[in-house]
Ligand binder design. Structure first.
Ligand code: NAP
Length: 310
């Protein structure tokens, strides 16, 4: 039977994904009609990007699943017209990209690299940075990305604490969980990395009170989602020195407006939501495998739980 698969993302993505999807679906032994403009009532699966045009799933009466190309699904998970299973993206390219961004920016702050790049003024000031073992890192969010980053950082020697909703045991790191574990997790956050999903429970998780639980002069890195941070609280903590520097990849409004105070603040680094990108070749294989599993009656991988919102 031929499966009708709708590709619902921005037009430029179609050029990028068409060939990788066709070849991954064929490799899974699936006979498909893949397109961007199929009659809704004929569609069996929807490959979906949250920033694409599709908002109303009602006409897709026979669709069996929506497969998101993004890891973060906050803009679709509460869509009242979505009545079928939703999967999120877990992909080697995404995980590796995030790990590289997190390790790179952690080392920048840990080694004080900026002072050498910007401080070439003829002064010989031989102060060595501490070793990694003397710089504690806390990762809020111990899922696919948080655990991959934790593993890479512990390999370098950083003592890592991770915080999640449900209790976990992860070799080599200290695990904290739930609202009652947050204070202890932040108490050792010389560097704090946010890798949580955007849900009602995680909104403003870094606020005036919780920032105050961190060691003075801590670094904040947010490659998770903009709403995780109360921006006013962070700006004020940067001004008082409670937070030494914030490296931010994600924002409540993207692109970050040109007049936003983050752009001009000397202790903020803005990266334009590039920490980790879904890579078409590897993501196509994840999508194709999931469609093959669904057709074989096997459970979908990376299912989103609408109740918990991620
Ligand atoms: P994931 O596997 O779903 O992991 C999410 C983690 O957050 C889990 O450990 C979860 O706890 C924890 N969590 C959720 N709600 C919580 C709460 N209320 N309190 C404490 N912990 C909570 O997600 P992922 O694949 O690692 O991705 C994480 C986020 O990264 C995504 O949601 C997305 O927003 C962001 N992201 C950003 C980029 C970028 O380019 N900047 C790229 C990809 C993803 P449990 O383990 O107990 O469930």
């Amino acid at each position: 039977m031929t499966l009708n698969i709708l590709f619902a993302a921005r037009p430029e993505r179609w050029q990028q994904y068409r060939a990788p999807l066709e070849s991954a679906l064929a490799a899974e032994g699936l006979d498909v009609n893949l397109g961007t403009d199929l009659p809704p009532e004929t569609v069996d699966y929807i490959v979906y990007a949250p920033n694409g045009p599709l908002r109303d799933f009602t006409p897709y009466t026979r669709a069996r699943a929506v497969l998101s190309l993004w890891a973060g699904v906050e803009t679709i998970v509460g869509n009242p017209t979505l009545k079928i299973p939703l999967t999120r993206m877990v992909d080697h390219g995404l995980t590796q990209g995030m790990t590289e961004w997190v390790v790179g920016h952690s080392l920048r702050h840990h080694l004080g690299i900026d002072s050498h790049i910007h401080g070439q003024n003829g002064t010989w000031n031989p102060i060595s940075p501490p070793l990694a073992e003397d710089r504690r890192i806390t990762i809020l969010g111990l899922g696919t990305l948080g655990q991959a980053c934790a593993a890479a950082l512990t390999r370098i020697g950083f003592p890592v604490t991770g915080w999640s909703r449900t209790p976990k045991i992860v070799e080599g790191i200290t695990c904290r969980a739930g609202p009652e574990g947050l204070r202890a997790a932040l108490a050792t956050a010389d560097i704090c990395i946010l890798l949580l999903p955007d849900t009602p429970a995680t909104e403003n998780i870094l606020n005036t009170e919780t920032i105050g639980w961190m060691p003075r002069g801590a670094f904040v890195m947010n490659p998770g989602r903009g709403p995780l941070i109360d921006d006013t609280a962070l700006l004020s903590a940067l001004d008082t020195g409670q937070i030494a520097h914030a490296t931010l990849d994600v924002f409540r409004i993207e692109p970050l407006p040109a007049d936003h105070p983050y752009w001009a603040h000397p202790n903020v680094t803005v990266t334009p939501h590039i920490a980790a990108e879904t890579r078409a070749d590897t993501a196509a294989q994840v999508v194709a495998e999931n469609i093959r599993r669904s057709e074989a009656g096997q459970p979908l991988r990376y299912l989103v739980d609408p109740e918990r919102g991620y």
